[in-house]
Ligand binder design. Structure first.
Ligand code: ZN
Length: 247
C-alpha cells in the first residue's frame, strides 16, 4: 500500500552500504520510521530529500511490518543553516527534541509547522537564536502535552506574588506557597519572562518569535524554557550539550 504526505526529516542514520534509516515527521501520519533504500547513492532520486532538515512530499510503501520510502520531492532544504555553525547545531537540537516528544503515529501538523517556522527563522530570517530557542522549547512542550500552567498561582489560586515556576509540576506559584508544592525545582519568573511565556503559549506558531524583552529578562526567559524542557523530558540531550559548548 502506498501513501503520500508532507514531512520533514528529523533523524537520519546510514545503514548498510548505501541505505538510510530516516525518521520523517509528517502532518497526517506523525513520525514515519522508514528505510530509504540506496538513498546515499550519488544518482539516487532519494539523495536530496533524505538529508536532515529536508522538507518535502514523501511517498511511502507499507509492506508487512516495515515502511519504505518510495519517492520524495524536496520542497525546502534550509541550506542557510549551514552558514552558521551555531544555527546548524541549534537546528539539530530542535530535530532531536521533535524525535523525543509526541505519539509516534498521531497527526503532527502543528509540530511540523513549528519545525518549519523555526528552521525558517534560523536559516532565512536569521532571527536571534536566544529568542528562537526558548520560544521553540516552550511551544514544543505545550504542543506535545506538557504545557505549563502559568495563569494564577497553582496553590492559592490568586495572582502569584514573587512568582516562580516549578519545573517538574509545571505550575506557577507564589514564593510564599513554595512549601505546599511537592518537591522539584522552582525558578523565579519575572513579569517580562511571564509575558513572553504567555505570548508564546497563546500565539499561533507563526507568531511565537514576535516579542521583545530587555536583556536581563531575555536571559531569564532563556534559562527557564531550557530548564523546563529538560525537566519535563527527564534527561539531557547530546545536541544541546554540543550547542552550549559553542556559545
Ligand atoms: Zn500562591
Amino acid at each position: 500500500m502506498h501513501f503520500t504526505d508532507d514531512g520533514i526529516v528529523i533523524k537520519h542514520m546510514n545503514i548498510k552500504e548505501s541505505d538510510k534509516y530516516l525518521v520523517i515527521l509528517t502532518a497526517k501520519y506523525g513520525k514515519c520510521r522508514v528505510l530509504a533504500p540506496g538513498a546515499r547513492g550519488k544518482a539516487s532520486r532519494l539523495l536530496a530529500a533524505s538529508q536532515l532538515f529536508s522538507y518535502g512530499s514523501f511517498t511511502f510503501f507499507e509492506g508487512r511490518g516495515y515502511l519504505k520510502l518510495d519517492s520524495a520531492e524536496p520542497k525546502e532544504q534550509f541550506f542557510g543553516l549551514s552558514e552558521e555553525l551555531t544555527a546548524l547545531s541549534l537546528a539539530s537540537y530542535f530535530m532531536e527534541l521533535l524525535d523525543m516528544v509526541g505519539d509516534s503515529d498521531a497527526p503532527a501538523n502543528d509540530l511540523l509547522r513549528l519545525a518549519l517556522n523555526s528552521l525558517y527563522a534560523l536559516s532565512k530570517l536569521k532571527l536571534p537564536e536566544n529568542i528562537v530557542k526558548p520560544a521553540f522549547e516552550l511551544k514544543l512542550m505545550a504542543l506535545s502535552g506538557f504545557e505549563p500552567l502559568i495563569g494564577r498561582c497553582g496553590v492559592c489560586g490568586k495572582d502569584a506574588q514573587d512568582p516562580l515556576l516549578n519545573l517538574q509540576n509545571g505550575v506557577l506559584h507564589c514564593a510564599s506557597c513554595r512549601d505546599k508544592i511537592d518537591g522539584g525545582v522552582s525558578l523565579p519568573v519575572a513579569e517580562g519572562t511571564l509575558a513572553a511565556m504567555r505570548h508564546v503559549l497563546s500565539s499561533d506558531v507563526k507568531r511565537i518569535f514576535s516579542f521583545s524583552l530587555k536583556q536581563e529578562a531575555l536571559e531569564q526567559f532563556y534559562r527557564v524554557c531550557e530548564a523546563y524542557a529538560l525537566a519535563q523530558l527527564g534527561h539531557d540531550l547530546p545536541t544541546l550539550a554540543f550547542y552550549n559548548k559553542l556559545l
